[in-house]
Design a protein around this ligand. Structure first.
Ligand code: FAD
Length: 452
């Protein structure tokens, strides 16, 4: 599998991975399920005002907002297919958050005003997604609700404190559910010791969401070129020259929207500033009515636990279970069946009635960790190269907002005075040893989740 720490670009016209999202969308004969029409590969040299590299949510949202709000028709260059990266591989959880930093630690570091400003941007992310869906994107939105489940009793107390902070600060609509309430009213997860329920999270089909953005962006005037990897990048006389296999795109401004798929040595602005980490998903065969009853699985709410090495799951509209957690460390090991099998055994420890269940789909994708646990939307000194990345595995909703803010930056408009938008990604110290640090963190997380 493509490994961003080793390879120069993520492929050239590669097909979608064998994911549930891609297979079900492509198998269906309904016209809406065909991959959206695009503008083909770059086959000749062109000059453009703005080029965007990467056709995931970030790049597509940036292209859409540039066209609609700033009358700039950007050209999006995607190595493979629209949403071939994380945007077509994720779990489809829409949550009012991004990064990994808690609101309490934001408040301690930057004060209340900044913390509130960041919260407002996270809310705006969900609002932006909802507004775009309301334009007619068919992405199988499920009934609202996000359960954050305590994986041990002490974590339920921590969750209650978190709920109090968010209720006091933001008047956030959060319910605290006891262990009995979770198991009787939502699902009988044997590893659940209580939960918070956020009424505004929900699950959707992430690939169809991206296809919807793609169609809206093109309708607004953006061009989307698939099978167009940027394999080299030169800056000549203040112009950016993006070399693709069959043509050079010369641009005044370039947006890097490659997140966890950013190749090795791509650009000095982002080099050694992110850590790509594999997240693994399985999707099981459909549950029978008897299995659903035995698990008391009453909800389609999205679920995540409180472990350092988190597990997340949801029941899909066709009664399959999507279950996710950490994957391999390197691209070389990404397809080792050990990782999906491990997820299946954790799922069965939560729901022993599923002991004979198998998975039918397994895939993984590169999430993008930043050193300071928040995303950054930033640019170089002369305002010719921009980026948005570092969502730390939580970017489905915020990437829409990041794309919108990127578009404002590209158009020369002011954006909120928040660390998200006004500070660059910090560099990882000892960057060549990032994977060793990740390995150490995984061992620490395993110990913490089991014993502390
Ligand atoms: C398994 C998994 C589960 C997840 N679940 C959730 C979830 O439930 N909720 C949530 O909020 N977040 C989730 N995430 C994270 C979320 O999917 C990402 O934050 C989000 O999709 C990032 O979108 P993006 O557009 O920035 O990047 P991507 O969607 O990764 O797009 C980057 C694109 O750049 C292209 N590219 C890279 N290099 C080049 C090049 N040289 N030339 C041309 N193109 C290039 C790639 O091919 C890729 O298509 C999950 C991620 C994974 C992997």
């Amino acid at each position: 599998m493509y490994d961003p720490l080793h390879h120069a670009f993520p492929g050239h016209g590669e097909a979608y991975p064998n994911s549930y999202w891609a297979e079900t969308a492509l198998q269906s004969s309904a016209p809406d399920n065909a991959p959206p029409e695009d503008d083909g590969a770059i086959t000749t040299d062109i000059s453009v005002d703005v080029a965007i590299i990467g056709a995931g949510y970030t790049g597509l949202s940036c292209a859409l907002h540039l066209a609609r709000e700033h009358h700039i028709n950007a050209h999006v260059l995607e190595a493979n297919q629209t949403a071939w990266g994380c945007s077509g591989r994720n779990a489809g959880f829409i949550l009012k958050s991004s990064g990994r930093k808690t609101y309490a630690s934001m408040q301690a570091k930057w004060g209340e005003e900044v913390m509130r400003g960041i919260y407002a941007e996270m809310c705006a992310g969900v609002d932006t997604v909802n507004a775009l869906i309301a334009e007619g994107i068919d992405c199988q939105v499920q009934t609202p609700g996000y359960l954050k489940v305590a994986h041990k009793p002490s974590m339920y107390r921590a969750l209650q404190a978190q709920a109090k902070l968010q209720q006091d600060m933001f008047a956030y609509d959060i319910e605290c559910l006891s262990q009995t309430q979770v198991r009787q009213q939502y699902m009988d997860d044997q590893n659940a010791y209580g939960a918070l329920r956020f009424n505004d999270g929900f699950g959707l089909n992430p690939l169809k969401l991206a296809w919807g953005y793609h169609q809206l962006a093109r309708a607004a005037g953006a061009k989307i070129h698939t099978s167009s990897p940027v394999i080299d990048w030169q800056t000549v006389n203040k112009k950016q020259r993006l070399i693709t296999p069959k043509g050079i795109v010369t641009a005044d401004k370039v947006v890097i929207a490659t997140n966890g798929y950013t190749p090795k040595g791509f650009h000095s602005l982002t080099e050694s500033k992110t850590l790509p980490v594999l997240s693994q998903i399985i999707v099981t065969e459909p549950l029978t009515d008897e299995q659903i009853a035995a698990c008391n699985w009453l909800t389609a709410n999205v679920v995540m636990d409180t472990r350092a090495l988190k597990y997340y799951y949801r029941k899909l509209p066709d009664n399959r279970i999507l279950f996710g957690g950490r994957g391999a460390i390197t691209g070389k090991k990404a397809d080792d069946p050990y990782y999906p099998k491990r997820l299946l055994s954790v799922l069965k420890s939560s729901f022993p009635a599923l002991k004979n269940l198998n998975y039918q789909y397994a895939w993984s994708g590169w999430i993008c960790m930043s050193l300071d646990d928040i995303p950054h939307i930033y640019q170089n000194d002369d305002g010719s190269v921009f980026y948005a990345m570092g969502y730390c595995g939580s970017g489905v909703s915020f990437s829409a907002q990041a794309g919108k803010r990127l578009a404002e930056k590209v158009a020369g408009q002011a954006v909120p005075n928040l660390p998200l938008y006004q500070s660059p990604l910090p560099k990882f110290p000892f960057a060549p040893l990032r994977r060793l640090g990740q390995w150490g963190y995984f061992h620490y997380g395993k110990f913490k989740d089991t014993y502390l």
